[in-house]
Structure formats: structure tokens, C-alpha cells
Design a binder for this molecule. Structure first.
Ligand code: NAD
Length: 292
């Protein structure tokens, strides 16, 4: 099936292109920039989702849309984009994508939202709340099957515009996070579910978090045997490595409830603190080479 990826030249879109191809689909990207590496098996529209004509053209022959394009947390945090720009891309852009899909008869939609919808003071979060409302409205009015994913932050370690090196990323990941590969997996599982064309009884809104070696009980009784004791129980071989790299074994990760996501699409994240420690031990502060 041809699947349109809005913002498909970005970090998530690039991983999805490879994965969707491996699943036998044809990704079609609409983005205001082309990716560094052009894949001959992917279709590209060098255009904005604010250009309604281009959006309709890009949707021709598509059976599904994964709507990714948005300004996100980093653009608000660094004050790179203002409220008008957030509104234009995240709200008007989302409306354009859903309206064009409705007019083109596309019924299957994945909308990438964010856990930032819970940030009551944030500009970004507010535009995602509005985006979710638009998605829900189109599901109702146009009989669309919509899966909305709410990942927590997932900027990958190889994004050098954000992380100097793997260690800087690791320090951020330390307190609980999700790896971009797990987010891509959640999108692919959503695509698979929607591709079956089975009618969803209601639109799904699913939180996407990473994997944890710590049990809920351990998190509830964190370090009951002394600072760093829970960490030491799971990763004794990495205790010294953590200290050397300024990663605090006593810091308690914040884990999100993904039980609904597992139940709805079979999502089981793979990348955990254990995975991070293994990569740090193997590759050092530069981390593993980025995927092609
Ligand atoms: N990265 C995170 O930590 C994170 C966390 C939660 C949710 N999200 C959501 O995931 C999605 C994107 O994630 P990402 O990490 O791949 O971001 P990214 O910034 O790497 O990619 C976004 C892409 O959108 C494109 N774009 C910008 N304006 C456009 C326009 N007018 N028309 C078409 N394309 C346009 C950009 O060129 C870019 O390629 C967003 O919806 C974001 O809100 C991201």
C-alpha cells in the first residue's frame, strides 16, 4: 500500500521509510526538505502540508496517512518558533491533512501526537491537544479509523543539532524515555492494525514509552536498601561505568503506563536502560554509528 508520511524527511520519517519498505509498503514523503539520502523506492513531494494542492497530489493513490509533520518540544524550548508558527503547522497543518484525506477517501490515519498534551502550560502541548481534537472530529464525521500515538520525547542520539554526543543523550534518557526505534515500531504496529481495514470501535489514543528492567514494585519501593541499590541489583556490571560517566544510579526513572498500547496494538518496547548501558560500554561517549 502507498502510505503518505507528512514530515517524512525528519528523524522518525526516515526510520519509517525503511521499515515500511521492509513491510512491503511504499512510503510517499511530503516534506519541505528532502532527506540527505534519497531512496529510489520512496516517493517524494518537496512541498508543505500548508500547500493544499500539493497535499492532494501527494495523497493520490495512497491508502493511509501517517501524519508526523509538526514543530515540537525542542522548537518551543529553544524558542525557535513562535505561537503563530506552531498554530500554522500543528493546527492548520493537521486540519489540512485530515481534510485532504477525507476528500481523497482515505480512511486510515495515524496521528503522531505527544505526551506533551499533559503539559498544561506549554504552547506545543496545546497545539497537540488541538491536533488530537481535529483527528477525533474527522474520525467521527468521516468514519475514519484513527490511531493517535502519544510518544514521550524520542530525539535520537545521532541528531547532532540536539545532542553533542551519545553521553549527552544518555543523561537525558536516564530518567525514563523511549528510543526512536521503539516509536517507529509503535507506528508500524498501528499501520498493520489499520491495514487490516477492521473498523475500530472508537479512535485509539495510545501512550508510547520505552522498556524498563525495573518492576513496578521496585519503582514503588525505590532504593529501599540504600542509594543506588535498585540499580546495582539489575546492572552490577555497569555500576562503575555509570559513575564514571556522571550517570546517577540513585536517580529513579519515570515510567509511563503503556498497558493500553500493548493491548491495542501488541506494542512491546525493546530499548531500556540496560540497552543504553550495553551500548555505552561497547562504543563509549560517541555511541553506536547512526543507522543509514
Ligand atoms: N522528537 C520527539 O522527541 C517527539 C516526541 C513526541 C512527539 N513527537 C512528534 O513526532 C513528530 C516528529 O518527530 P521527529 O522527531 O521526526 O521530528 P523532525 O523535526 O525530525 O521531523 C519533522 C519534519 O517535518 C518537516 N516539516 C516542517 N514543516 C513542514 C511543512 N510545512 N510541511 C511538511 N513537512 C514539514 C520537517 O522538515 C521535518 O523533516 C511530530 O509530530 C512531533 O510533535 C516528537
Amino acid at each position: 500500500m502507498n502510505i503518505l508520511l507528512t514530515g517524512g524527511s525528519g528523524d522518525l520519517g526516515q526510520i519509517l521509510c525503511s521499515r515500511l519498505l521492509a513491510m512491503g509498503h511504499t512510503p510517499i514523503v511530503i516534506d519541505v526538505r528532502l532527506p540527505e539520502q534519497i531512496n529510489p523506492d520512496v516517493g517524494y513531494f518537496d512541498a508543505s502540508i500548508l500547500d493544499r494542492e500539493a497535499l492532494h497530489l501527494a495523497m493520490q493513490d495512497c491508502g493511509m496517512v501517517v501524519h508526523i509533520a509538526a514543530w515540537h518540544g525542542i522548537h518551543e524550548y529553544r524558542q525557535e518558533r513562535d505561537a503563530y508558527e506552531f498554530w500554522d503547522l500543528n493546527v492548520t497543518g493537521t486540519f489540512n491533512v485530515f481534510e485532504a484525506a477525507a476528500r481523497e477517501g482515505i480512511k486510515e490515519m495515524v496521528f503522531i501526537s505527544s505526551t506533551s498534551v499533559d503539559d498544561q502550560n506549554g504552547l506545543y502541548g496545546h497545539t497537540k491537544v488541538l491536533g488530537e481534537k481535529i483527528a477525533g472530529m474527522y474520525a467521527d464525521r468521516h468514519d475514519m479509523n484513527v490511531i493517535t500515538l502519544r510518544p514521550r520525547a524520542f530525539i535520537p542520539p545521532w541528531n547532532k543539532a540536539v545532542y553533542r554526543d551519545y553521553l549527552e543523550w544518555a543523561r537525558w534518557f536516564w530518567s525514563g524515555a523511549v528510543h526512536i526505534e521503539d516509536v517507529a515500531e509503535a507506528v508500524c504496529l498501528s499501520v498493520e492494525k489499520l491495514a487490516s481495514r477492521e473498523r475500530l470501535p472508537a479512535p485509539l489514543t495510545l501512550v508510547v514509552d520505552g522498556a524498563y528492567e525495573y518492576t513496578d514494585e521496585e519503582l514503588a519501593n525505590w532504593d529501599i536498601e540504600g542509594a543506588g541499590s535498585t540499580f546495582k541489583r539489575h546492572y552490577p556490571q555497569y555500576y562503575a561505568l555509570a559513575l564514571t560517566n556522571d550517570l546517577d544510579p540513585a536517580e529513579k526513572p519515570h515510567k509511563l503506563d503503556i498497558s493500553a498500547t500493548t493491548e491495542a496494538i501488541g506494542y512491546k518496547p525493546k530499548f531500556s536502560l540496560g540497552s543504553l548501558l550495553k551500548e555505552l560500554a561497547k562504543y563509549g561517549p560517541d555511541g553506536p554509528p547512526p543507522p543509514l
